[in-house]
Design a protein around this ligand. Structure first.
Ligand SMILES: [Zn+2]
Ligand SMILES: [Zn+2]
Length: 397
C-alpha cells in the first residue's frame, strides 16, 4: 500500500515540477503562483530562504558555507539535474521492466517489443549524452572567424561588433556569454541545467532530437502498457467475470469502472506509469513544439527575450512621442486643458492615469524584422548542418 502511495506521489509531483521548471518563468505566468514556485524551487528562492534560516541557526560561518553551496548549485555547471534525469529514466524503465516484461508477448503485444523498448531507451540516453557532452559552439580564437562569417549583424538586436570583456574575443552576431559556463557560445539558445551544457549552434540539433525522441518514447511506453493491460483484461475474461457477478451479460464499455478498479488493484504500477508517461509526454510535446517553432522562424530563446525588450522599448518611445504631442496640443488650447485637469483632479485617486492620457501602444504592434529567417527549409537545414561547420567544409575543398 505504501508503494502505491509512493507511486501516486511520483506520478503526480514529477509532471508538476517539470511543468513549473519548463514554463514557470514564461511571461504568460508573470505574477502567478507558478512563477513564484519556479522562483522558489529553480531560481534560487529556496536557497535564499534556507540561507536566512541557516544564518539564524549557525551565524556567519553557516551562512558563508551555504553561499558556497548555493553558488555551486545555481551559478556553476553541476550534474545535479543530469543525475535527476538519469534517475527518472532509469526509475521509469525499471518500474516498467520489473512489472510488465513478464506479460510480453501478450494478446496485443508481440515479442519484439521487449527489445524495441530497450533500444528506444538507449537511443534516448545516447541523445542525452550527445546534447550534454558535445560542443555547443564555443567561441575562442580558433573558432572565432568561422562564427563571425556565419551570421551578419542585423543592426537591431545585434548592433555592432563588440568584444566580450570576459573571454576577450569579439562577439559574433547571435552569440552570448553564458554566465554559468563562463564562455561565449555561437547562436546561443539557453543554458540547459538538465544537460549541464549550453544549447547553441552545434548541439541544438541533438537537443531537438532529444525532446522529440522523448515525446515518442513516452507515447510508446504508454501505448505498450495500455496494450498489455487490455490483453490481461481479455486474457483473464475479466468482463465475463464481472457480468457473471452482476448477473447480466455486459460489454467492456458498460462495466469499465469495475474493470478500472480491478486494474488499479492488481496492476497499479502499470496504470500509474501509463498516466505518468502521458502527462510527461504532453509537457515535453509543448516544450518541443515551442522549440520547433523557434527553428521554423529561425530565432532562439535568447533572441525572443531580446525582441521582447526591443518591442517594449519601441512602445515606450512611441508612447513618449504621443504624450509629447498630446501635451503640445493641450498647451495650444489652454482654456480647455485647464477645465479637464480641474475636473479630473477631484477623482484623480480613482484613476491610475489621467483619463485624457492617450493609451500606451502594445509592444506586439511593433514588427520583429528578423533577417535570419530565410524560409522554413533553409532554417531547418541551418540547424541540422550548422553554418560554421559548412564554412569549414568549404574552406577544406
Ligand atoms: Zn564571453
Ligand atoms: Zn552554459
Amino acid at each position: 500500500m505504501t508503494g502505491q502511495w509512493l507511486l501516486i506521489g511520483y506520478a503526480g509531483l514529477l509532471p508538476f515540477l517539470l511543468f513549473v521548471l519548463l514554463c514557470g518563468d514564461r511571461p504568460s505566468f508573470e505574477g502567478t503562483c507558478l512563477e513564484r514556485t519556479h522562483h522558489f524551487i529553480f531560481a534560487g528562492g529556496c536557497c535564499e530562504s534556507l540561507q536566512y534560516l541557516i544564518f539564524k541557526l549557525f551565524g556567519e560561518i553557516g551562512s558563508r558555507t551555504c553561499s558556497s553551496v548555493e553558488q555551486y548549485l545555481c551559478d556553476r555547471p553541476n550534474p545535479i539535474l543530469q543525475l535527476f534525469y538519469l534517475s527518472i529514466l532509469g526509475g521509469s524503465y525499471f518500474a516498467i521492466a520489473s512489472t510488465s516484461l513478464q506479460y510480453i508477448p501478450g494478446i496485443y503485444v508481440s515479442e519484439w517489443h521487449k527489445y524495441a523498448g530497450q533500444a528506444a531507451v538507449l537511443v534516448g540516453l545516447l541523445l542525452f549524452l550527445l546534447t550534454s557532452f558535445t560542443d555547443p559552439g564555443v567561441i575562442n580564437s580558433t573558432t572565432l572567424q568561422k562564427h563571425i562569417s556565419s551570421f551578419p549583424y542585423d543592426g537591431v538586436i545585434y548592433g555592432e561588433k563588440k568584444d566580450c570583456s570576459t573571454c576577450n574575443v569579439s562577439r559574433p552576431a547571435r552569440s552570448k556569454h553564458c554566465s554559468i559556463c563562463d564562455r561565449c557560445v555561437a547562436r546561443f539558445d539557453h543554458h540547459c541545467g538538465w544537460m549541464n551544457n549550453c544549447i547553441g549552434e552545434k548541439n541544438l540539433r541533438y537537443f531537438l532530437s532529444f525532446l522529440i525522441w522523448h515525446v515518442i518514447l513516452c507515447w510508446y511506453g504508454a501505448v505498450l502498457l495500455g496494450a498489455i493491460l487490455l490483453g490481461e483484461v481479455e486474457g483473464r475474461n475479466v468482463v465475463r467475470a464481472i457480468s457473471y457477478y452482476y448477473g447480466s451479460p455486459s460489454t467492456l464499455r458498460e462495466v469499465y469502472p469495475h474493470v478500472l478498479q480491478w486494474l488499479l488493484t492488481f496492476y497499479s504500477t502499470q496504470v500509474l506509469m501509463m498516466v505518468f508517461l502521458l502527462v510527461v509526454s504532453i509537457l515535453l510535446a509543448g516544450f518541443a513544439l515551442y522549440h520547433i517553432y523557434l527553428v521554423v522562424v529561425n530565432t532562439t530563446t535568447n533572441e525572443t527575450y531580446k525582441w521582447d525588450a526591443f518591442q517594449r522599448w519601441q512602445a515606450d518611445v512611441a508612447w513618449k512621442k504621443i504624450l509629447d504631442e498630446s501635451r503640445k496640443a493641450a498647451a495650444d488650447r489652454p482654456e480647455s486643458g485647464e477645465k479637464v485637469s480641474r475636473k479630473c483632479g477631484l477623482f484623480s485617486f480613482l484613476f491610475r492615469r489621467h483619463p485624457k492620457t492617450p493609451p500606451k501602444p502594445a509592444p506586439s504592434a511593433f514588427k520583429r524584422d528578423n533577417i535570419y529567417n530565410r524560409g522554413m527549409l533553409a532554417n531547418l537545414a541551418e540547424v541540422i548542418f550548422p553554418l560554421s561547420q559548412r564554412n569549414r567544409r568549404k574552406k577544406k575543398e
